[in-house]
Write a protein that binds this ligand. Structure first.
Ligand code: URA
Length: 206
């Protein structure tokens, strides 16, 4: 592992290029993975922060292009938001996985050390974009931006101050994977709650 060095004054393409060589945590040592940096316009009012790229994102090198991304896009649309207007990124920029008996790469939730190691990249993205709203999808993104006491269930669905050092407001909601994992009997309700939270974000559009 090597120290994370964020080039000072870098724009998003330069940050992305520097992050591609990041060896700041053990996820970078996992075979076949790469840094998946954020994507979207640099001039935008809205940044959406997820957990970490999944298997599909790692293969394609883009955030939120797999099943969770498709659900996110649908929910954004229903809430009156357009994926093209926002910058999407992750708290942790490498896919973390374990293997079982077969070739399938099984997602592993990032640990505190991965969140800490990757935080300078997220902070640099927010510092370049300076959005007026940051939407936090789930516990990992919340822990990265608000600390380990963050709880989605307690803090979701209302505008909060933060992250420290920025003028942005913050809106926490579920991670789209939580909707995909929900019990089929309650999935529509969970999805409806997710869209309702995103409508609060839409209403904060300047
Ligand atoms: N889940 C995330 O948190 N981020 C992605 O980019 C994809 C799935």
């Amino acid at each position: 592992m090597q120290p994370v060095v964020v080039p000072p004054g870098a724009d998003l393409p330069a940050l992305s290029a520097a992050a591609a060589d990041c060896r700041g945590c053990d996820l970078a040592e996992l075979p076949g993975t790469r840094t998946v940096f954020g994507a979207g316009p640099a001039r935008t009012w809205l940044v959406v922060v997820g957990e970490q790229p999944g298997d599909v994102e790692d293969r394609r090198g883009q955030p939120f292009v797999g099943p969770a991304g498709k659900l996110l896009d649908r929910a954004l649309g229903e809430a009156g938001l357009d994926r093209a207007e926002l910058y999407a990124t992750n708290a942790v920029k490498h896919f973390g996985y374990r293997t079982g008996n077969g070739p399938r790469r099984i997602h592993q939730t990032p640990q505190a050390r991965h969140i800490t190691a990757c935080r300078p990249w997220l902070a640099a993205e927010l510092n370049v974009i300076r959005p007026s709203l940051v939407v936090v999808l789930g516990a990992t993104a919340g822990a990265s931006l608000l600390g380990p006491s963050f709880r989605v269930t307690r803090m979701r669905g209302r505008l909060l101050p933060g992250p420290p050092g920025s003028n942005a407001q913050l809106l926490a909601t579920l991670h789209p994977s939580a909707v995909l994992r929900a019990d089929p009997a309650s999935r529509d309700e969970v999805y409806g709650g997710f869209v309702a939270d995103l409508r609060i974000a839409a209403a904060a559009r300047p």
